[in-house]
Write a protein that binds this ligand. Structure first.
Ligand code: ZN
Length: 331
């Protein structure tokens, strides 16, 4: 198994929705420690891994949070009521197995069944096998999180699981830091908190670090699926990492876009250019920090984003590591 696949597979098994990134950060800290000079965390839960250098200050950002559910109440019958953390597609949830903060298992379903097309946050509930409120309270409390149970499917060179967004980006950052060796640039690999609820971690981290250059690594929509419109695909699986031109949060700085294109050519890896008309990444918060930071995003094409079957191609992931490594060596 390749290093990046191994790292990604381990990351996918660690639950942690927005605001509860601690377990993921602890794993990353242990994994990355031999390859960086300093590791710190801040008040928002950002994990900042520093590789010291005398050249440009480059901030890399991959978010360590994932979307999920939060318990809002417990019914007398022992069922849990929930609200979303981040941008969930509620219609995809009934029938899913979930894991709660306490470690207990549950299943999600919707009032009135799943076939009447009226699935909403208000109608969802979690069944943890309790028959009374008191019984449920032994395993769950108001404010506890729940996430989709980790199930990883290998589809040839592709991997499908909940939460590729953005464990794929975290794996790219870890493997890039491992591959770097001696370079001029000072690199801050930041595993940001609370991206899924509004890019909340990345902005304060960028403010504190004052980088000369900002690069987010996150998934983007791969819409090369049945009924995709020829010619207007955001990105395609297996076509290489995508260099962002624009999304709802940023118009990539031309210098950063060019740097990425040159790095791809030097590394000998394919890439695609991406324009995303919905969604944003941490780069959206980094580039407006302080007096402005030239920023861009390196995207991992991903099918079925924000579904329990987010699917990426490992060749794109490995290409992203090579591209980012080449970029940092010349930055
Ligand atoms: Zn993301």
């Amino acid at each position: 198994m390749s290093a990046v696949k191994q790292t990604l597979t381990e990351l996918l098994r660690i639950p942690g929705p927005s605001g509860f990134e601690g377990a993921c950060a602890a794993y990353i800290q242990e994994k990355i420690a031999p390859y960086v000079d300093e590791i710190k965390s801040d008040a928002l839960g950002n994990l900042i891994c520093v590789k010291k250098g005398k050249g440009k200050r480059v901030m890399l950002a991959a978010h360590s949070d994932e979307i999920g559910l939060i318990v809002t109440g417990i019914e007398g019958s022992g069922f849990l009521r929930v609200a979303p953390i981040g941008g969930l597609h509620f219609e995809l949830l009934p029938g899913r197995h979930v894991r709660l903060k306490s470690g207990c298992a549950g299943v999600v379903f919707s009032e009135g069944g799943h076939a009447d097309g009226k699935v909403s946050a208000q109608r969802l509930f979690i069944d943890i096998g309790a028959s009374t409120k008191a019984e449920a309270e032994k395993k769950a409390n108001v404010g506890d999180w729940a996430v989709i149970e980790a199930q990883i499917s290998e589809l040839g060179a592709r991997l499908s699981a909940p939460y590729m967004d953005d464990r794929a980006g975290c794996a790219v950052l870890i493997e890039t830091m491992k591959a770097l060796g001696a370079i001029d640039a000072e690199v801050y690999a930041v595993f940001t908190s609370q991206e899924e609820v509004g890019l909340r971690g990345a902005g304060p981290a960028a403010y504190a670090l004052e980088p000369d250059l900002g690069i987010a690594v996150d998934v983007t929509i791969a819409d090369d699926v049945p009924r995709a419109k020829e010619g207007v695909c955001v990105s395609r699986l297996g076509g290489g990492a995508a260099i962002k031109v624009m999304d709802r949060g940023i118009i990539a700085h031309p210098q950063v876009k060019r740097l990425m294109e040159e790095a791809a050519d030097e590394a000998g890896v394919p890439y695609q250019l991406e324009v995303l008309t919905a969604g944003a990444t941490d780069a959206g918060a980094i580039h407006t920090s302080r007096g402005g930071v030239p920023s861009g995003t390196l995207s991992i094409p991903c099918r079925y984003v924000h579904s329990p079957a987010e699917t990426i191609d490992l060749n794109d992931l490995e290409g992203a590591v090579k591209l980012l490594t080449a970029l940092l060596r010349k930055a």
